[in-house]
Design a protein around this ligand. Structure first.
Ligand SMILES: C[S@@+](CC[C@H](N)C(=O)[O-])C[C@H]1O[C@@H](n2cnc3c(N)ncnc32)[C@H](O)[C@@H]1O
Length: 230
């Protein structure tokens, strides 16, 4: 397996509009468990988000771009509710199948829209914090730059994009670790393709440009951060 270069020619099975809807639904549902294990949002909430959300004298407005089945918002909303923080959560995803899956969850304080960043900009929406999880690796070079630009234009505070760091260890550990969760889903094939599509830290820093700070909070993760421009 050649992981020395990002392979953005690979297509994920769940991105096929004609893929098996039951497997897609099961995949979106199981993202919650996968994200709890790999994505580090609990730690990001404790170290970054909680302070940002508590620092306003009105309800904080948070946008999750590419929210999929809504699991990151579900988790963060639960954590914020425990801390009695008043937050308006918006999840936006241009894929109507993901949007339907997210709408089927009842998450207090959360609204889901079938839209991309451009649609939200067009509506004039502004948020205190814009986040994404596992979206950057989905995007080819021009889309990545546009996604990053639009995410900053939507935020009056901070933008945090959380994604996979490509490595051989991540690939082989995921291949083994996903085995119990994979049956009936696209998690195995798409997760491995995602790792092959994802960036290394220096690649992402170059792709996003100097206004972004890209860190590796854990060995298999990248966090791209920039100030909002709204
Ligand atoms: C791997 S899923 C991640 C879903 C969710 N963030 C999570 O972590 O569970 C990637 C999502 O990004 C969405 N996506 C792809 N391109 C996008 C774009 N340009 N803007 C917003 N979302 C996008 C897809 O529709 C898909 O739901």
């Amino acid at each position: 397996m050649d992981l020395s270069r990002r392979d953005d020619t690979l297509r994920e099975l769940m991105d096929d509009p004609d893929c098996d809807p039951e497997r897609l639904h099961a995949t979106l549902r199981r993202f919650g468990v996968v994200n709890r294990v790999v994505s580090g949002w609990d730690s990001l909430y404790r170290t970054r988000l909680r302070l940002l959300l508590a620092d306003l004298d009105r309800p904080a407005r948070v946008l999750d771009l590419g929210s999929g089945g809504g699991d990151v918002i579900a988790r963060l909303a639960g954590l914020a509710a425990r801390d009695r923080l008043d937050v308006q959560w918006t999840g936006a995803d241009p894929d109507p199948r993901a949007h339907r899956a997210a709408c089927a969850r009842a998450i207090p304080g959360a609204t889901f829209v079938c839209a991309d960043a451009g649609d939200l900009l067009h509506r004039g929406d502004v948020f205190d914090l814009v986040i994404s999880n596992h979206v950057l690796h989905h995007l080819g070079s021009p889309e990545l730059v546009e996604f990053a630009r639009a995410s900053r234009a939507l935020s009056s505070g901070v933008v945090l994009h959380n994604d996979i760091a490509r490595s051989r260890r991540a690939y082989w550990l995921y291949a083994v670790g996903i085995t119990p969760l994979a049956p009936g889903t696209f998690l195995r094939t798409d997760g491995l393709r995602s790792i092959r599509r994802s960036h290394r830290r220096e690649e992402l820093a170059v792709a996003l440009g100097p206004e972004w700070t890209v860190t590796a909070p854990t060995p298999f993760r990248l966090l791209a951060e920039a100030p909002g421009r709204a």
